[in-house]
Design a protein around this ligand. Structure first.
Ligand code: C2O
Ligand code: CU
Length: 446
């Protein structure tokens, strides 16, 4: 055996997982600070809060197996943290102040160590004073590439955001208003993709592109419509689907991601496709895809990855729910209007205490007429039932939208011990109490 192979083997035997090859650890810095951003409608720059001065924050790209070390530096005037939405990490790295770590105070720093286990589309954002910190711009995309990259012509990330701007160009400075709390949170008046208003994407006929859509909005639910484009869904909330299906719209709630596979037709030279939002009655354009007037390129031929570890529904057929959460508004809490889970407000909440490795069912029951995109950290789940009817989504999620009066039964097999948040991703609702934890007990070894 060659000496280098012996060393590698030795490192593997003693359990060294990191620096076997030089590329396996990436070191990054994210500084939260006040900066400005230029929107096209105003002469003046808009004061924002950003990571590293850019809106959105830098896109972090890593590879499965890699470890990313992020030094978070808080240059805001208030405490913050970074949560890695959808990414399965050690509980201590999950970025939830008061639960998995202390708040990172103004002027302080914290080092996150993220071992990338699953390829997919994720994003990061603060987990404190969310209405304001997300509303002022703190968020970024995190992409985990598989070990072997597929030959996409372009891999495009669309981090969608929604801003509530005043005529002066400033961000509307009241957060968690009575209006936000009584409705579906803070909906803005300017929707951006990667910080740009109605961006244009340029493609070549014949190209095969992957678009990763991330809803990073404070509260707005989206339903992106790819008018005239044949798109296929290859991943939802980061994970590959178990069966690729034609895209016919999707309720992309705050937190959700979908990855689409699109082949630009060879006969589309010179054509412009408009991508619209169709969630509300007032459709509006989000972006356009402009096909160059050039000779088509050869379309790459390959099969996108599908889920290997998809949980069959029958795993859950004999399971009784370990928790039912009733979602409703109550009087009380720090804003006078509380959003409750089982009539309790965070931090005095009703937790789900479940063991690791065993199939679990959880029920969310929306007793209100507002929207609640419910998100659980540290796990993926399947939607098993909606309003009492079986549901057979060919994918797992980490966030599911409950419309007015809807109920949803989800199934999951927890694989990570720890205290994991379960909350509404509408920031005002979460801050008004709609948060609790799923406590996953480590497996006993006897
Ligand atoms: Cu986007 Cu508690 O998370
Ligand atoms: Cu909600």
């Amino acid at each position: 055996m060659q000496i280098i192979a012996k060393i590698i083997l030795f490192l593997m035997v003693i359990g060294f997982s990191t620096p076997v090859s030089a590329v396996s650890t990436q070191i990054l810095k994210l500084t939260a600070k006040k900066s400005t951003h230029q929107f096209p409608f105003f002469d003046a720059q808009t004061p924002v809060w950003s990571y590293n001065g850019s809106i959105p924050g830098p896109t972090i790209r890593g590879q499965v197996g890699q470890t990313i070390e992020v030094e978070f530096i808080n240059k805001l005037d208030e405490p913050s943290s970074i949560h890695w939405h959808g990414l399965i990490v050690d509980n201590a790295m999950d970025g939830v102040p008061g639960v998995t770590q202390d708040p990172v105070k103004a002027g302080d720093r914290f080092s996150y160590r993220l071992k990338l286990r699953d390829a997919g589309t994720y994003w990061y954002h603060p987990h404190l004073n969310g209405s304001e910190q997300l509303g002022r711009g703190l968020k970024g995309a995190l992409i985990v590439e598989p070990k072997e990259k597929l030959p996409w012509s372009q891999d495009i990330v669309w981090l969608i955001d929604d801003w509530l701007l005043e005529k002066s160009g400033d961000i509307f400075p009241s957060f968690n208003t009575g209006r936000d709390l009584m409705h579906d949170g803070r909906w803005g008046n300017v929707v951006t993709i990667n910080g740009k208003y109605k961006p244009k994407v340029s493609v070549t006929p014949g190209e095969r592109i992957r678009i990763r859509l991330i809803n990073g909005a404070n509260a707005r639910v989206l339903m992106p419509l790819f008018n005239g484009i044949d798109a296929h869904v290859i991943a939802v909330d980061g994970k590959p689907v178990s069966q690729i299906f034609k895209y016919n719209g999707f309720d992309l709630a705050p937190g959700n991601r979908i990855d689409l596979d699109i082949i630009i037709p060879t006969e589309a030279q010179g054509h412009t496709y408009v991508v619209e939002d169709g969630f509300t009655r007032n459709k509006f354009p989000l972006a356009s895809i402009e096909v160059k007037k050039v000779q088509p390129v050869q379309t790459p031929v390959f099969d996108p990855t599908t889920a290997e570890d998809f949980l069959p529904a029958n795993v859950f057929s004999k399971v009784t729910p370990s928790k039912t959460w009733d979602l409703d508004a109550i009087r009380g809490g720090k804003f006078g209007i509380g959003w409750a889970m089982n009539r309790l407000l965070w931090p005095d909440s009703d937790t789900a205490d479940i063991p690791m490795g065993q199939p679990q069912k959880i029920v969310f029951r929306n007793n209100s007429s507002r929207l609640h995109p419910m998100h659980i950290h540290g796990t993926f789940f399947r939607v098993l039932e909606r309003n009492g009817k079986p549901e057979a989504e060919p994918f797992t999620r980490d966030t599911v939208l409950l419309s007015a009066r809807e109920s949803v039964v989800i199934g999951l097999v927890p694989t990570e011990p720890g205290i994991w948040m379960s909350h509404c991703h509408i920031q005002s609702h979460a801050e008004a109490g709609m948060m609790t934890t799923v406590n996953v007990a480590p497996q006993r070894s006897d």
